[in-house]
Write a protein that binds this ligand. Sequence first.
Ligand SMILES: C[S@@+](CC[C@H](N)C(=O)[O-])C[C@H]1O[C@@H](n2cnc3c(N)ncnc32)[C@H](O)[C@@H]1O
Length: 363
Amino acid sequence: MEYFFILGRNPFLSKAEIFLYLETRRIEFEEIFFERNFLTIRLKEEFNFNIQEFGGIIKLGKLKIFSKKQDFLEYLEKEEVVPSDKFSYSIIGNIDENIFISKFKKERKKAFIKRARNRILLQEGEEFFFSNADFEIFALKRNKFFLGLVEQTYDSKIDEFIDMRKPVRREEFSISPRLSKIMINLSGLKKGNILFDPFCGVGCILIESLLKNIPAIGFDIDKKAIEGAQKNLEWLSKNFDLNSNYKIERKNSFFLDNIDFDGIVTEAPLGDLIKRKLSNDEKKDFLFSFERKIVPFLKKFKEKKKENSRIIITFPAFENLSLNIKEILDLTGLSLLSFKEIKFPIIEKRKNQFVHRELAVLY
Ligand SMILES: C[S@@+](CC[C@H](N)C(=O)[O-])C[C@H]1O[C@@H](n2cnc3c(N)ncnc32)[C@H](O)[C@@H]1O
């Protein structure tokens, strides 16, 4: 069974999310192709993807055909792509739309092309446009022809509701619901495992964990942050039907005594907020001082974690400078995960941000 995915603004990270999500569930698959923000994969058996479980997918569906040009044209001649008589549609990909215009004309269908007006700016600066037509046809010409119909589109209403309505927000530090979901999907944690966020702040990662039915523990040294997390999670429990429980404590995460967890997902503390561009020397100092602070924590986490369980952590990075990860690995005894051709860390950056993030999956 072949599936296609239209990925979000950071396609490499989204691809890693899908791959590790499948690996966690022991689902065998192989990549067919990956280009820009298009990914197609082949699974041995059918799998019911739920797009809402992912933070990095915009649209997904099954491929109807993936073939050479002649077979593709024969398929189009014979098969019905859109099961409707009157509809709007749009084409995602690089196939000449005239193929579909003439196909639908022949089938005497009232089909209207809807121009793609919704824009996503991909991390590396490319733009991706899509529309909200009745049917979206994924049609791509490479050395083969790919055709599929979009089956699911990510609905960000719940994310927006949580992000905007939770009682305590800390805009300067908070991580988005989508990035939190991605990080949890990288962690190998599933329903029933326990997630630990040692620097939980007001609890954005804990919220996504509980929504995935993964019980969560959060520590933070800051009294206000912990009070905020407490309010947010109480609010979440009232507004959503949660099956999982949580524990939040004001604690220094350097001292972890009797704590049992299956994986760490966290955003490392960066110190003071940076509100201007730094010189190269300042950037080096910043990274050096971050490394000095984080290494003792990582050593503790390694001591406490179960064998092979993962630590998903964000590190600071700049456009032209990043941490010496090899040194961090040497000092902590941790390893960086790689799976198929996915290699960490993966950069996550936004325009106008002075400090970017690097996402590391350690074990
Ligand atoms: C980048 S913020 C985390 C933001 C968080 N993801 C959120 O949703 O709000 C890092 C947090 O680490 C906390 N922190 C710093 N040092 C700590 C320590 N030794 N033990 C526990 N928490 C600590 C800070 O108080 C801060 O809230």
